[in-house]
Design a protein around this ligand. Structure first.
Ligand SMILES: [Cu+2]
Length: 354
């Protein structure tokens, strides 16, 4: 009896901290290297673009309204600038300043437009979401989530053709360590409020709703084989949107160092922190000056005709590049007014933090 009590006390002692700390939240987010701190639900330290969750515990059950932006999520104060192609880095953390505690399950990222509403006022109850990235297993037996557990940040590239406007980014970890039983999956969604600049034109064709996108019996949510070596993983929520398919599906990088909301130019991101600056919007159209030059050189054409054709080709090339340049100039011009606010906000922030 004594030993039984001792064992009971021991196991209680061993499991209590696990109960308290074995969950987590997004402690910090960085957009192209600019960092913004998140808040813990009972220690609100100030403005953040990350919607505050009511606790670090998981959302359970795919019908929960909390599946949208996390447990009793509240709107955040800040809407922070980003651009098509921006790199967004998410630093997850466990409770009590510990690392993220789980290692099994996918990292999935969605976006939704805030429409005409400013994202700090936007109610995503009926929002249509599109998937922009997902990471599951690195190889037969290890998940990318293990890197998050080791303290790495998750990097996600925003779609390069994304239309300007306000968006919520919904970054979600699904912890599947209890997914061998129905309803055992733990969902940790979190929403970040961003304002996308640039003048791209892409809209997603396929969207999903939360709740609605997932079902408790989905193979990627109720997964009896989740701990079996080499088992195949089936992502829930459908495929990555065609809008984002050209971008990568995300990557993990070294840990973001702690800092306050003030973004610092020296970033600890390993892979793509220098890849994307401010997007002036004309990037995708630059190599269209391939004039109809190649299909005219036939072997039995007389020399004179060759010369005439060459002259015509040269004329076409010049005309083409002239048209191209003026088209680009027009595009930049039409884009400038939409971007002005964004650009000045960017500069203001930079000056404030410098
Ligand atoms: Cu947990």
């Amino acid at each position: 009896m004594k030993t039984f009590v001792a064992i009971a006390i021991l196991s209680l002692a061993a499991s209590t901290p696990t109960l308290v700390n074995a969950h987590g939240f997004i402690r910090q987010v960085a957009i192209d290297g600019r960092r913004y701190a998140g808040n813990l639900h009972n220690s609100d330290k100030g403005a953040s673009p990350i919607r505050l969750v009511g606790g670090i515990g998981p959302v359970k059950g795919t019908n929960s309204k909390d599946l949208i932006c996390g447990l009793s999520a509240q709107n955040a104060e800040m809407v922070v600038p980003a651009n098509p192609g921006s790199t967004v880095s998410f630093q997850w953390s466990g409770g009590g300043n510990q690392r993220w505690p789980h290692s099994t399950g996918p990292l999935i990222t969605y976006m939704t437009s805030c429409g005409p509403t400013s994202c700090d006022k936007f109610d995503p109850t009926n929002a249509k979401w599109f998937k922009i990235a997902q990471l599951g297993k690195k190889d037969a037996n290890t998940w990318f989530q293990e890197d998050i557990e080791r303290g790495s940040a998750l990097n996600v590239t925003l779609p390069k053709n994304l239309s300007p406007g306000g968006y919520l980014i919904r970054q979600e970890i699904i912890a599947l360590h209890h997914a061998t039983s129905m309803g055992g999956a733990e969902f940790y969604p979190s929403c970040i409020q961003v304002q996308i600049g640039g003048c791209e034109t892409g809209f997603p064709l396929q969207t999903v709703s939360f709740p609605g996108a997932y079902s408790d019996s989905d193979p990627g949510i109720f997964d009896p084989d989740v701990h079996s070596p080499g088992s195949f993983y089936n992502f829930p929520g459908g495929p990555v949107s065609e809008l984002a398919a050209a971008s990568n599906s995300g990557a993990v990088s070294e840990q973001l160092t702690d800092s306050a909301t003030s973004p610092s130019p020296s970033s600890s991101l390993s892979a793509d922190d220098d890849a994307y600056g401010y997007n002036d919007g004309d990037g995708s159209d630059d190599n269209t000056s391939s004039a109809p030059a190649s299909d005219t050189s036939q072997d039995n054409v007389p020399l004179v005709l060759h010369i005439v054709l060459a002259a015509v080709n040269a004329f076409l090339l010049v005309g083409h590049s002239f048209l191209d340049r003026s088209r680009r100039r027009a595009k930049r011009k039409s884009c400038r007014c939409g971007d002005a606010e964004q650009e000045s906000q960017f500069e203001l922030e930079y000056i404030l933090s410098a």
